[in-house]
Ligand binder design. Sequence first.
Ligand SMILES: [Mg+2]
Ligand SMILES: [Zn+2]
Length: 264
Amino acid sequence: MSEPSTTQILDNSSSENPVFVFMFDFDHTLVDENTDTFVFQDLKPEMMTDLKNWRHSGLSWTNVMRKVFEKLLSTCTVQQVTEWMEKCPISEKTVEFLKEINKCGHEINIISDSNMFFISTILEKHQIRECISNIHTNTTLVDQQKNTIDITEYSVAFNKPHTCETCPENMCKGEIVKEIMNYHLSPHPHHTPNIQFIYCGDGKNDFCACKQLRSIDLALPRKDFTLEKVIESRPTEVSCQIKLWNSFEHLNEIILEQLKEKSQ
Ligand SMILES: [Mg+2]
Ligand SMILES: [Zn+2]
C-alpha cells in the first residue's frame, strides 16, 4: 500500500477562482464518528481502558495515538486496520454535497486533528478524495513491511508552532483558517471579489476557526455539540453569520441552498 499523501499544498483545486471556500472539520462533521477511537472499536475494544489511562497520565493526544497504533499493530496488520477504517460510515448526503461543491468549482478544505491515514482511507473508499483541495491534519507514515503507522503533529510536520492559548499544541485551526483566507483575499490574478468562507464543525477546537470569519462569512456549527455551546457562551468573539444543522440531510440542504443562491 502506498503511503497516504502528507502534502497540504493546493494540489487538487477544481477552480482558480472559487466563489465559496468551504472548510470542514472531519470527526463528527464529515463522518459521524471519532476516528481516533473508531480505529480500535472492533479490532480491540478493550483499548478504551488503555486510552483513558494514557490520557490520565498526561500524554498529549498525538502521543496517545502513537500508543494506539503501536498496540493495535502488535496483533493486527496495517491492511486489517485499513480495511476496518474503510468501514467508517459516511452519510450519502455528505458524499452528495462534497461532490456537488466540487462540481460547481468551489474549494473544499478539511481541517482536522485526526490524521492523514484515517481521512484519506475513508475518502478514497467513497471515491471523494479528489473532491478535496487540501487536507490540513497530522501527518502519517504507513509502512506495510514494518507494519507500523507513525503519526507526526501538524505543527511539527509543517513547522507551524503557534501561541494560541485556546488550541491544543499540535494544531491551531484559527491559524490555518487565517492562512487560507489570506491566500484568497490577497490581490492575485485569480482573486475573486465577494468570495465567501464557510466553516463547518462541531468541537471546541473549531471555535478558534470560526472566530477568524468575517461578517459576510458563514459558520455551520452542529446543533447540540460543543461548538454551538462555546459560541453561545462567547457571542461577541464571533462576527460571522451562523446556521445550525442537526443532521446530514439538514447540512446537505443548507449547503445546496447556498450553492443555488450564488449561481442565480
Ligand atoms: Mg469534530
Ligand atoms: Zn487557535
